[in-house]
Ligand binder design. Structure first.
Ligand code: NAP
Length: 256
């Protein structure tokens, strides 16, 4: 399905492409011939990723913070200068911390909403204005999370991601005549660098609570991302697809 030249002459921007799920997405796009731009806050992370990816000439990096609209504009200018186009935006950058809702401070709440909802919006609007409207084409894939039954212990992020999923539905219609498709992927628990931010006692034994009895892999999320950007998904827009081993339907990952 994913042939070597599937994305030849295409350009993909992967926010948070320096680690975990984003890195796997960048790797799979490169393997299919795309030019890939990875963008995040930490230069060292992007440099390390470039080495891991074999430092190909069709890989570009840009240090920026998706929460800062001016930096998002600078990223768009950089892409314009380097490639002159953008075909795919993968809104993967994000983060959160576990906490009972009652204990979340205004600062903590705003930090998560600002990254996961506002940052995603700044990126989407900016890339559409700079590239997709004029090109009359574009595909956006948001990496959100499995909030199918809410997400007790992660109220801020679940709310932010619900906003992103709903935003994708709105934009899928507002921008349908511009040839732009927007979809979201809701990963369950994925074996990736992001899990290292959680206390081990929270993640221990988690696989046993997932119907498929294992965590997902970064490659399983990446494969769906590429599918949603490909011509194979040309009639799919405004959709959210769960990559969660059935976890949205049964089982609780931690005790109340
Ligand atoms: N792993 C899971 O089980 C799981 C499940 C559901 C959803 N997700 C979501 O999937 C996405 C990727 O997760 P992951 O597991 O691969 O974790 P990760 O390795 O921590 O990836 C997050 C990436 O986002 C970047 N980032 C964070 N804040 C940013 C900001 N303000 N501006 C620009 N870049 C920023 C980080 O790079 P810098 O530090 O360099 O900025 C990092 O590369 C995240 O949105 C995560 O919440 C993960």
């Amino acid at each position: 399905m994913f042939q070597k030249d599937l994305f030849k002459d295409k350009v993909a921007l992967v926010s948070g492409g320096g680690s975990g799920i984003g890195l796997a997405i960048a790797q799979q796009f490169l393997a299919c011939g795309a030019t890939v731009v990875i963008a995040s806050r930490k230069l060292e992370k992007l440099e390390r990723a470039a080495v891991q990816l074999g430092s190909p000439t069709n890989l570009l990096s840009f240090v920026m913070d998706i929460r800062e609209p001016e930096q998002v504009e600078q990223l768009a200018d950089f892409i314009q200068q380097k490639t002159g186009k953008l075909d795919f935006l993968i809104n993967n950058a994000g983060g959160q911390f576990p906490s009972p809702a009652a204990d979340i401070s205004p600062k903590g709440w705003n930090a998560v909403i600002n990254t996961n909802l506002n940052g995603t919006w700044y990126m989407t609007q900016s890339m559409a204005r700079h590239f997709f409207f004029e090109q009359n084409s574009g595909a956006v894939v948001n990496i959100v999370l499995n909030n199918f039954r809410g997400f007790p212990g992660m109220a801020h992020s679940a709310a932010a991601r619900a906003g992103v999923m709903n935003l994708a539905q709105t934009l899928a219609i507002e921008w349908v005549s511009k040839g732009i498709r927007l979809n979201s992927i809701a990963p369950g628990i994925i074996q990736s660098s992001g899990l290292e931010n959680y206390p081990p006692e929270l993640t221990a034994g988690i696989a046993a609570k997932i119907p498929m009895k294992r965590l997902g892999s970064v490659d399983e999320v990446a494969a769906l991302t590429l599918f949603l950007c490909s011509p194979l998904a040309s009639y799919i827009t405004g959709e959210t697809i769960y990559v969660d081993g059935g976890a949205r339907l049964w089982g609780d990952i931690w005790e109340l």
